[in-house]
Structure formats: C-alpha cells, structure tokens
Design a protein around this ligand. Structure first.
Ligand code: GLN
Length: 488
C-alpha cells in the first residue's frame, strides 16, 4: 500500500479503491493517524469521529466487495460543524451549542453518506459562521498550514485547513458572504459556493437565510464537481431549494473554453487590492486567454456598496435566526436563574461571543421601528441594484473573474480589534451572495509563500461553466497541487 494516501484527491482515491490498491479502512486509518498527530497545532477539528469513520469504512469495503456502493463509496470527507450530524456533537463554533448532539442529519450529510462517504469529523469554524479568520470560534482559532502564525480565513477555516494540510481530500463548508471562497484562497484550496437554492440548507444551522449556501472545499476542481453532483438538487424539506435539473458536473469539465467570454471587473483592481495579488490574478487571466477565453472588461458600479449592504442584511437575518437560542428552546442554559428575564439574559450573555452579540445588536437595531426604512429597507434596495449590475454584466459575459481576497493570509490577531477591516476581507465575494450567484475560488499563485485565489462568478445555475473554466486553468498550472512543507 502506498504510504502517501493523504496526498491523493477524491478522484484519485476513488480509482485506487476501485482497483483494490487499498481499502477504505486502510485509507481511513491513515488519515485518522495524521489528524491525531498533526491537528494539535492546527486546531482544524472540533470533533474527530474515529470509531464511526472506521465503521463506515468497513461497511464501504463490504459493499464494494459485494459489487455495490455509491460514487463516493469509502471516500473520506469532513463536515463544517454547522451541519447537523445525527448522534454527533454539532457546535457551530459556539459555547451556546457546546453540548448539542444533533438528532438528525442535514440533507447534504445524508446525501453524501448515501453515496458512501466516510465522515472523519467536524471542523472548527467562526462562531455561527460570523467571521473571516476563524478567530471568533469558541474552540480557539485555526492555524493556516502555510504559516502557523496566520489565519486560514473564515468562517470555514477548519474545513480549508483540514483540506490544505491533507487531513481529508474534501470538506463541506458554508458561504454567507465568502466563507468558503476566502478560506479556500488563503489556504491554496478550491472552494465552491453554488447558486442559492442549488443545495439544500436543511440541517445547516442558519446565520442569514437569504444568503447562506452550502458548498465544498477540495484540492481539485474535479473533486468539487463530483461532490456538487451528489449534494445538489431539490429537497422538499428546504422551501428555498430549487427544482432545477442537476447536470453531470464531472462530464461538463471536459468541454472547451474556447470563446468563453470572461468579464474582468474594472473595480476589482482599484486601490485596496494587494499589488502582488493583482499580478497573480492578471497572470491567471492570461492563462485563460491562452486557452481560448475572450477577456472583456465589465463594470460592477455598486461593488463598493456590497459590504455595507451585507452588514445590514446579514445581521438583520441573524438577529431573527438566533433568537431561538434562549436557554429554553435551544442552547446553553445559565445556572440558578433568579427569574425568567435573568435566565434569558445570562443564557444568551454566556452562550454567545462578542462578534455574534455585535451582529445581533446591529440586526435588532436596523430592524427596529424608526430605523427599518433607513437601514433595512434601503439595504434591500441596494441589494437589488447589485443584483442588477451582475445581470447586466452577464448579458455580455459568461463568467466574471477577479481576485477572491484583497490580501493573502493575514496574521492571527491582526484584525481582531477592528471589525471593519475584518469585514473588508469579503469585498470581492459578498456580491455573489447578495445576488444568489454561484462562485468559486481556485489557487492561482503565491505571494511571499502564501496562496492567492482566482475568483470566478457565474450566472444562476452556471456552476458547470465555472467548474470547466477552473478545470482548464488547472490543466495549465499546478498551484492547486502545492502542499505546505510540513504537511507533505
Ligand atoms: N466574513 C463574513 C461574515 O463575517 C462572511 C461569513 C460567511 O460567509 N459565513 O459575515
């Protein structure tokens, strides 16, 4: 058996399992051993489900021997700790849910399990997915495998770090304003946020329901395509999931990108973008052009309004969604309350961290009588303008390309005192959430040893074109195969 199973992608592992080169149990044991020895420093996991993983791997090996099993049979994945997993701790990175064992599986967990996936554990994340650095987690920050002093991004930082450090070939994540794509960019992995409604949100703990979308972090575009095919599609239990045909995303990778119209957003290269990141992105665009893509400039004139708009809409929705965590219906309950009010106040005061409280307070404020029109309603109007900008751009181009994040990974602690600087990390990613569009980040180079991401956005249900574009790019470059030195 190869000693290097951790270096392989899902697609490569599927081939190896199929050939009988190794069993799922051997693969699972190898990855669990890696996690046990290396995750003490990274802190990518909240929970490792070793016994359940080995049991699932054994079942996968048995079904393979019987000539059965789904497309992911015996393949390891990890889940962001925002997805409910039956019988397993599901904390959402919060003290509020420190002891919450979910009584059911999220739809995507169920679908991946049904396809034969082996779940190794639950990954660390910013508390209730609010953050861009993983530092708001109750379970401590996650470290970036490329530089332990730096953040892996957030809020799906544990998932991104786990994939980058070769603990697992693939992870699920959620993206409300960039939480899959930004950590993917900062860790040199591929991150895909599908169209709003493409993948079920059932069993995914809600942050901002009109923006939240489940997706994946992988080490190749092909793997992202494979997983999306399993996860996507109508779910009767999520009224916002859409009944739209699910194409064969892996099949769609091989089509040409000759003549693909790629829009380069003028505003993306304004001040604010690190010059060396800009250079890496421009080089990536030149690679696409050499493969036959046609580059044109497009305008997103309201881009600078996307962060302020998001920071009204997302807190408004979160203040409503998180009201259920009151110590009675859900979540942490304070000891020895004096009366009901004391119970509510202390349960929520103790259960939530500072960033979550800041969002709840902002959200309650913008929804309050007297401020609703000035803030919430206005934000909804601007949200429409931003969606219209994209619509106009997509009348002329098939894909919009630019940087995922304004800088490479920043140092832990660098932005924690200044929420606004932290919020600006998502300047390029938030628009896709406000407009419900699919987007992905793919590795496109390094700046001073730190990975940089190329961001691609498509029209609604345009995942196949994004994936194809990214896959073509990977044929010409090997950034996505680079591995941090201590994790080879
Ligand atoms: N960083 C953004 C925030 O803090 C986005 C988070 C996310 O996508 N879940 O809200």
């Amino acid at each position: 058996m190869s000693q290097d199973l951790h270096t392989l992608t899902l697609t490569q592992l599927a081939a190896g399992l199929g050939n009988g080169d190794y069993s799922s149990v051997q693969l699972t044991e190898a990855l669990l051993a890696r996690i046990a020895s290396l995750d003490k420093t990274l802190n990518a996991f909240v929970t490792v489900t070793a016994d359940a993983a080995l049991a699932a791997a054994r079942r996968a090996d048995e079904s393979r021997a019987a000539g059965k099993g789904g497309v992911l049979n015996g393949l390891p994945v990890v889940h962001k700790d925002i997805f409910c997993t039956r019988g397993v701790l599901t904390t959402c990175g919060s003290r509020m849910l420190e002891n919450f064992v979910a009584p059911y599986d999220a739809t995507i967990v169920e679908r991946l399990n049904a396809a034969g996936a082996v779940v190794l554990g639950k990954t660390n994340m910013d508390e209730f997915a609010m953050g861009s650095s993983n530092e708001t987690s109750y379970f401590g920050p996650v470290r970036n495998p490329w530089d332990l002093e730096r953040s892996p991004g957030g809020s799906s930082g544990g998932s991104a770090a786990a994939v980058a450090a070769r603990f697992a070939p693939a992870a699920t994540g959620t993206d409300t304003g960039g939480s899959i794509r930004q950590p993917a960019a900062l860790t040199g992995t591929v991150g895909l946020k599908p169209t709003y409604g493409r993948v079920s949100r059932y069993g995914m703990i809600a942050f901002a329901s009109s923006l939240d979308q489940a997706g994946v972090i992988t080490r190749s575009t092909e793997d992202a395509a494979l997983l999306l095919g399993v996860m996507a599609g109508l779910d009767e239990r999520d009224s916002t999931s859409i009944d739209h045909p699910v194409p064969d995303y892996v099949d769609a990778l091989s089509g040409p990108i000759d003549g693909l119209r790629v829009g380069v957003v003028r505003q993306h290269f304004d001040a604010g973008l690190d010059e060396k990141c800009a250079a890496a992105v421009r080089e990536a665009l030149a690679v696409l052009e050499a493969r036959g893509a046609v580059l044109t400039e497009v305008d997103l004139p309201n881009l600078d309004l996307s962060v302020p708009t998001y920071y009204v809409v997302a807190p408004a929705e979160c203040s409503s969604n998180l009201s259920r965590f009151d110590g009675i219906r859900f979540g942490h309950r304070a000891d020895n309350p004096e009366d009901l009010l004391d119970l509510y106040c202390r349960s929520r005061g103790e259960g939530f961290g500072a960033e979550v409280k800041r969002r709840i307070m902002t959200g309650t404020y913008v929804l309050s009588a007297g401020y609703y029109d000035a803030y919430y309603l206005k934000a909804q109007q601007v949200r429409q303008l931003i969606a219209d900008d994209f619509k106009k751009a997509f009348a002329e181009v098939d894909v919009i390309a630019g940087p995922t994040s304004p800088t490479p990974a920043f140092k832990l602690g660098d932005k924690t005192d200044d929420p606004i600087t932290m919020y600006l990390n998502d300047i390029y990613t938030i628009g896709a959430n406000l407009a419900g569009l699919p987007a992905l980040s793919t590795p496109c180079g390094f700046v001073e040893g730190l990975p940089v991401g190329l961001h691609l956005v498509g029209p609604h249900f345009g995942e196949a074109a994004l994936l194809r574009c990214s896959h073509h790019y990977e044929q010409e470059t090997d950034w996505h195969t680079a591995c941090p030195e201590s994790y080879r």
